[in-house]
Design a protein around this ligand. Structure first.
Ligand code: SF4
Length: 459
């Protein structure tokens, strides 16, 4: 079973009792797309179900980033095929939809290999989901359509206090290991007016925090007033002016697109939260060049210095690939040195695995599995040590926490600090959506615990 990123729920609507189960894997872009697919189905009268056995429509929003992602999708589809047969024996129809990056990459092959699949739809076409389902029969739509899907999506539902907002899609960087430029296409930015209109609707629905998302979000260059191009920093400034929006984040960024005005934005815009996810992948210049990252480790270090000069308390996060083809012990030592120099507050680290169709997949100088495992363990030991120390440093400090949901235990709520640390504390459920001061009393393995302070203590 793939690890689900989440189950997106269409809101209860009057109408025929059709049920939809939407399951998403992978990144925030996929989580956003899954929520929007749930909106699309909700607008068609589908109700949500957490139970795949009850679903009339099952959507798997797939991710191509993980190793053997396609094989895992096929084994999940094998289980769904059995379920479909069982429901058919009860006189119930089940439509199975494969969406996301595996759908885009594998296209018709998915239907050829798994006859139970009814619809294969790519990330740029899911606004057509009702039409594709209504066609009946078996359909593949992995086009990059002329129309903008965002113009055809219904109003967003199920808004919490924090929401993703897609501002940019696709990537022109062509890192040697990555499928995104092939599955998501070239970089495209949404116009400023469209982003602001969606942000306003989110604010009106009670959202306090917006994370602007894109595969390469800091390459954002949307059309502004009178057709002038607008960069991410200016977009953040515009969103920060909207009433109701207290917090702004953005992800994911490429070091080469980090403009000076974005660095300045971290010093000048209070609503821009002190957290930055800035993937580096490796600390070795040789491997960075082989990865086609087009920056060196020292250029990355200097960028971090500039960002930290602008916002000294910023929490840094990154991505690392261990065991890229040709990586030597010396290259790996350079990665450890970079990690120690910078001191990332959080990070995602993986062993390299080839993605079909990418340049790196053709390389033959693979790092042995055992060596990759050893290096990953060592890297994660260093990363975890810093993360745990950072969590412990939070104890005794007071943070404004945006309350997002009920906590793990009755009487508790859960939220995030400005630095994106998860916090649980005792408070009534009506605090969800509020920003309250919390003193941190304890650091757990993955979450902090705290006590709510009087609102006057808010920073
Ligand atoms: S910048 Fe990111 S999305 Fe683009 S090719 Fe590189 S890893 Fe993939």
């Amino acid at each position: 079973m793939l690890e689900p990123a989440g189950i997106a729920r269409p809101e209860l609507e009057p109408g025929p009792l059709k049920k939809a189960y939407v399951k998403s894997y992978g990144c925030q872009m996929n989580a956003y797309d899954a929520a929007r697919m749930a909106d699309v189905l909700g607008a068609e009268g589908y109700t949500a179900t957490d139970s795949v056995e009850d679903a009339d429509v099952v959507v798997l929003n797939t991710c191509h980033i993980r190793e053997k992602a396609a094989e895992k999708v096929y084994s999940e589809l094998g289980r769904l095929r059995v379920l479909k047969q069982e429901r058919r024996a009860q006189g119930l129809d089940t439509r199975i939809v494969v969406a996301g990056c595996v759908a885009q990459a594998e296209g018709a092959e998915i239907q050829a290999r798994q006859p139970a699949v009814d619809v294969v739809v790519g990330p740029q076409s899911y606004h057509r989901l009702p039409e594709l389902l209504a066609r009946g029969g078996r359909v593949v739509d992995t086009e990059f359509p002329i129309e903008d899907k965002f113009d055809h999506l219904p109003a967003r539902r199920n808004l919490g206090s924090s929401a993703f907002l897609t501002v940019q899609e696709g990537c022109d960087k062509f890192c040697a290991f990555c499928v995104v430029p092939y599955t998501r296409g070239a970089e495209v930015s949404r116009p400023v007016a469209a982003v602001l209109a969606e942000a306003q609707r989110l604010a009106a629905g009670g959202v306090r925090e917006i994370t602007l998302i894109g595969q390469n979000v800091n390459a954002y260059h949307g059309e502004g007033a009178e057709g002038c191009p607008v960069g991410l920093a200016a977009l953040v400034r515009e969103v920060a002016r909207l009433p109701g929006i207290a917090r702004i984040r953005y992800t994911t960024s490429h070091p080469n697109d980090f403009a000076d005005d974005l660095v300045r934005a971290h010093a000048e815009i209070p609503a821009l939260m002190p957290y930055l996810h800035l993937p580096v992948q490796s600390g070795s210049d040789r491997i960075l060049a082989a990865m086609n990252r087009k920056h060196t480790a020292d250029q990355y270090r200097r960028l971090v210095d500039r960002v930290r000069a602008a916002r000294p308390d910023i929490a840094l996060s990154s991505d690392f690939i261990v065991g890229f083809p040709g990586e030597t012990d010396a290259d790996f030592a350079d990665t450890l040195a970079l990690v120690r120099d910078i001191g990332f507050e959080s990070a995602f680290s993986f062993k390299y695995s080839p993605r079909p169709g990418t340049p790196a997949a053709d390389r033959t100088d693979h790092v042995p599995e055992a060596v990759m495992s050893e290096r990953l363990t060592e890297l994660q030991r260093v990363l975890d040590a810093r993360r745990h120390a950072y969590q412990r440093e939070a104890v005794g400090q007071v943070f404004d926490v945006l309350v997002e949901k009920a906590g793990r235990y009755p009487g508790q709520v859960a939220g995030k600090t400005p630095h994106l640390l998860a916090v649980q504390f005792d408070a009534p459920q009506d605090h969800i959506g509020r920003i309250v001061p919390v003193r941190i009393t304890e650091a757990g393995a993955n979450s902090l615990f705290g006590e709510r302070l009087p609102e006057a203590a808010a920073a």
